[in-house]
Design a protein around this ligand. Structure first.
Ligand SMILES: N[C@@H](CCC(=O)N[C@@H](CS)C(=O)NCC(=O)O)C(=O)O
Length: 222
């Protein structure tokens, strides 16, 4: 079996990148340059017609190739195939709770981040960007407040590091990257710093930085 992860800098493809490193998986990261619209290239649209990352491509000599999109599903796949990494709770009830949390991050936080980051993609009314950002920020903060109350007094969402932590790490990191004032969210910040200290996360961020550098080099040589 061979694994490839389609990845773009700053995106939520960081989440499975961290989990694959945590799992010690052998895989090939495939960088996609959004600035050059590679996610809308015919080759990539064949892989994911919805032009999004992450995608985990699973190739097997016997079985048909599997193209797995959506962070929640990818997290489940990695956790099932690398059980010793303990990337999701083994207990059924706890696993359901983990899926609930990751679904919330993917469907309840990520879309507000996207609206803050790219308001024009969601509303083309003239001069609407500032209002869109104000509303999106209020929604992001409502969700960070909820996460902060869940993380208060805890190291991780469960009793050890899981893919749920990797997923929220990305959600909070986007807040930093978008230069939001995150001082009200002390428990989220402590969680962020704790997750940042993991070797897997350092590896993922170093890979992302190298990809950004390479994309910038390619852009400058055009
Ligand atoms: N629900 C999806 C969201 C994936 C997603 O929206 N990815 C963004 C990057 S963070 C993307 O690829 N956007 C490019 C596009 O929509 O064209 C998941 O959790 O995997």
């Amino acid at each position: 079996m061979t694994l490839s992860l389609y990845f773009a800098p700053n995106t939520c493809a960081l989440v499975p990148l961290i989990s694959l490193y945590e799992a010690g998986a052998v895989f090939t990261p495939k960088p996609i340059d959004f600035r050059r619209r590679q996610n809308k290239s015919p080759d990539y649209l064949e892989i994911n017609p919805l032009h999004k990352v992450p995608v985990l491509l699973i190739q097997d000599e016997v079985l048909e190739d599997e193209v797995l999109a959506e962070n929640v599903a990818i997290a489940l796949w990695i956790a099932q195939h690398y059980p010793s990494a303990d990337l999701l709770p083994k207990d059924g009830e706890q696993l359901i709770r983990a899926i609930s949390l990751m679904s919330w991050f993917a469907a309840g936080i990520h879309p507000h981040i996207s609206r803050y980051n790219s308001p024009a993609k969601y509303c083309d009314a003239p001069d609407s960007a500032a209002a869109m950002r104000t509303i999106a920020q209020a929604m992001i903060f409502e969700n960070y407040h909820r996460a902060d109350s869940l993380l208060r007094g805890r190291e991780f969402f469960f009793d050890h590091f899981t893919a749920v932590d990797a997923h929220f790490f990305w959600c909070f990191r986007r807040g930093h990257q978008l230069e939001l004032d995150l001082t009200p969210f002390a428990a989220c910040q402590a969680h962020f710093d704790r997750v940042l200290g993991r070797i897997s996360v350092q590896k993922a961020l170093a890979y992302e930085a190298a990809v950004k550098e390479e994309f910038a080099r390619q852009a400058n040589s055009l």
